[in-house]
Write a protein of this length. Structure first.
Length: 277
């Protein structure tokens, strides 16, 4: 990637409505900066720019022991990049092979990484593959994978993002067939694997008290769109932690002022498709 092209992407992200500190995005030689810039570009609807940047991260092998006190680990960065590459290819091509390939790679990372993810939803990354399969006419195969996940996770009681997403996926399929009663029961069951808060319990009780089956299902489904609690709650920062992090970030910004380094869509798409074959 040319310096001028990289600088343009950095400027676009740094002056976005949700601007990021320059030290988090300007260093091309740090692949995590490229990860952040690429994912931000996708959120900004710059699909071509996002793909150009994320393509440079595709073959990075993250350090699976990296577990920073604050911020994303290398594994979390890579999993999110693979997820977003899958979404880009799905948006452009509407075919499932390559997106499913990259989502599988992201899922493997989610399973292999033994430390905390700060933001990534491991279960949602996994179930996105099933959603794409369903959109490609492979719902029976996707449902079989959901059932297999439930079987694999049956001994893992308590908070479990994979069990939660599998049950919600199955509930959506039942609703599509018009069985809203069964669909609601499946989502209610899913919440036994969710880190429920007081707000969660309140909304679930409201859904359960709704008499009309379709409306009840829709209320349950709406609950699944609300991030009531983080899935992984380790390392919640204290006020002292926040102050310390601010001081460290200030030092990084000052160091970054000394200088920053930086070393067609169709071609990239061909590379992605070939890797998935």
């Amino acid at each position: 990637m040319e310096q001028a092209e990289w600088n343009e992407y950095v400027h676009k992200v740094a002056t976005w409505d949700v601007p990021l500190p320059m030290h988090m995005v300007n260093n091309y030689d740090d692949w995590k900066c490229r990860s952040i810039v690429g994912r931000c570009l996708l959120m900004m609807k710059d699909v071509e720019g996002a793909m150009n940047v994320l393509a440079t991260v595709r073959d990075i092998k993250p350090n699976m022991e990296d577990a920073p006190e604050f911020g994303f680990s290398e594994a979390e960065h890579k999993a999110l990049c693979l997820r977003d590459l899958a979404e880009i290819i799905w948006m452009i091509t509407g075919t499932g092979d390559a997106p499913v390939f990259y989502l599988n790679e992201a899922y493997k990372l989610c399973r292999a990484y033994q430390h905390v993810f700060k933001a990534a939803d491991r279960g949602k990354i996994w179930v996105r593959k099933l959603e794409i399969m369903r959109s490609c006419g492979l719902e029976d195969k996707a449902l079989a994978e959901a059932h297999a996940m439930l079987e694999a996770e049956k001994a893992n009681e308590g908070v479990n993002p994979y069990r939660f997403r599998a049950l919600v996926f199955m509930g959506e399929s039942m609703a599509a067939k018009g069985d809203y009663l069964k669909a609601s029961l499946l989502i209610a069951e899913a919440y036994k694997s969710y880190p429920c808060s007081e707000a969660t319990e309140k909304d679930l009780a409201e859904a359960a008290a709704t008499a009309e089956p379709q409306e009840r299902y829709e209320k349950y489904l709406h609950c699944t769109t609300i991030p009531y609690q983080p899935w992984e709650r380790d390392n919640i920062p204290t006020l002292e932690d926040v102050h310390r992090l601010q001081e460290e970030n200030f030092a990084k910004r000052e160091a970054a002022k000394a200088g920053s380094g930086a070393k067609g869509v169709a071609d990239l798409m061909n590379q992605f498709q070939k890797q998935a074959e």
